[in-house]
Design a protein around this ligand. Structure first.
Ligand code: ZN
Length: 442
């Protein structure tokens, strides 16, 4: 039975690596030529660099092509053809979907998609869902405000495509969502890690143990939490469910996913995307596992507003071993480790917010919420970490504080000012959490 097969696309997902590389190269040439011919923005960029489609004869040639950054897209938008501007490769009449980036790092970027692109989005997500064990027998609850952000829209259509049943959670509040999951005995859910944990808290306040509900698979996105072992464990224990990560972006697409083997990494969908990793300091390209760099990514099939060598600023590294699931798509170790913009130096040491999250969520006695503030006292960097003590554990504060200090020093090599707050008093976030504040930049 097709439903019993482990892969959504048994041919592409098990293709030997050399064949995947051939496929990527052929597709890359096509999309590069497409951008060169159809988009004024891309044409001008490549002309200035002196590169034409005929010059692309090997992977080394690809690396000579200029990268595109989000800020460049911002600059060319809001003009004719309105609102997308010169990167648009199709007549406006062929655009059927509008989405925009969240704008957390500046003015949002608009993203048009044709019907074919939108089909491609749901195909990418079908790989994700199938790999995470979604099948036609699933009833999938999606607790997200369907709006201009792409978030779980394509997950919605992919769940339909693979034959599962969708329950759109739309504008319902958290309590109503929990009651709907209970009433309909939903088996799977898609949400951000922050919301998955917040929902569990709300359920408990309503007298419902989330693990007594029937959700057994949760697909996360939007934050690194589902790839941070301690956060993943908290979510899995709260819901008695398997929690899987995936990463995607409005301008890119859904480019990688965790599978049921939970090997500690995410598979890059290499049939649809070309991922290159570049050393942030030297600009050198990294092929070997275990060395971090920023991701340059190409969506090999997306047409309306192509994503060709996009400088994503996501920090990733290749995993040393292939996954036990049999997929030949390469794994990135630990998911998206951070953003080139977020990983800042404090007292000369590289600090990644997800390392702090891993420590806080791994300590017994602390709540899920925390806040990190970096500022200066005179000329010296200072980090304040605010955490919550779980109700009933206040008496153990000294011990918890000592453990927290030890773990932070071990995992981040830095000292902190620790502030303990009552449970439920730090800010809560429904969508993307903003727990890290670097006040030195202002
Ligand atoms: Zn796998």
């Amino acid at each position: 039975m097709w439903k019993d097969q482990p892969y959504w696309n048994p041919v592409l997902e098990t293709l030997p690596h050399e064949k995947i590389r051939d496929l990527q190269f052929r597709k890359f040439k096509n999309i590069f030529e497409w951008g060169y011919e159809k988009s004024k923005f891309h044409h001008t960029l490549y002309e200035k660099a002196g590169i034409t489609p005929e010059d692309i004869r090997s992977f080394d040639d690809i690396r000579r092509i200029p990268t595109v950054e989000k800020s460049m897209m911002r600059d060319i938008q809001r003009i004719h053809p309105f609102p997308y501007g010169d990167a648009l490769c199709v007549p406006l009449d062929e655009v059927v979907e509008f989405r925009q980036t969240s704008g957390t790092t500046g003015q949002p970027v608009y993203q048009p998609d044709t019907w074919q692109d939108w089909e491609w989005w749901s195909e990418c997500w079908s790989y994700i869902l199938w790999a995470q064990g979604y099948r036609p027998s699933d009833r999938v609850f999606i607790p997200f405000g369907y709006n201009v952000f792409v978030a779980f829209w394509a997950g919605h259509y992919a769940a339909e495509k693979i034959g599962a049943e969708i329950v759109p959670g739309g504008v319902l509040d958290t309590q109503s969502r929990i009651l709907k999951i209970q009433e309909l005995q939903c088996t799977a859910m898609m949400a951000t890690p922050t919301y998955v944990l917040g929902m569990a808290d709300t359920a408990r306040k309503m007298g419902i143990d989330p693990s007594s509900l029937t959700v057994r698979k949760i697909t996360c996105a939007g934050e690194p939490g589902a790839s941070i072992p301690t956060t993943k464990k908290r979510m899995e224990e709260a819901w008695a469910a398997k929690v899987y990560d995936h990463a995607g972006a409005t301008e890119i697409g859904a480019w990688c996913f965790e599978c049921t083997a939970q090997s500690g990494g995410l598979h890059v969908n290499e049939a649809f995307f070309l991922v290159e990793i570049q050393d942030v300091e030297t600009g050198e390209y990294i092929e070997e596992p275990g060395r971090r760099g920023k991701m340059i990514i190409t969506a090999l099939d997306r047409q309306a507003q192509p994503c060709i060598r996009f400088d994503s600023k996501d920090i990733i590294e290749w995993a040393p071993e292939p996954c036990s699931c049999g997929r030949t798509f390469r794994l990135i170790n630990g998911g998206v480790i951070g953003r080139a913009d977020d990983i800042t130096k404090v007292k000369g040491v590289l600090l990644s917010p997800s390392a702090i999250e891993e420590v806080v969520r791994g300590l017994d006695g602390l709540g899920n919420e925390f806040e990190v503030i970096v500022d200066k006292e005179g000329d010296i960097d200072r980090i304040t970490l605010k955490v919550e003590i779980i109700k009933g554990r206040e008496g153990e504060r000294k011990q918890i504080e000592a453990n927290l200090k030890d773990q932070l020093r071990l995992k981040t090599n830095l000292g902190y000012i620790l502030e303990f707050h009552d449970h439920g008093t730090l800010p809560r976030y429904d969508v993307k959490a903003k727990r890290f504040k670097d006040l030195r930049k202002h």
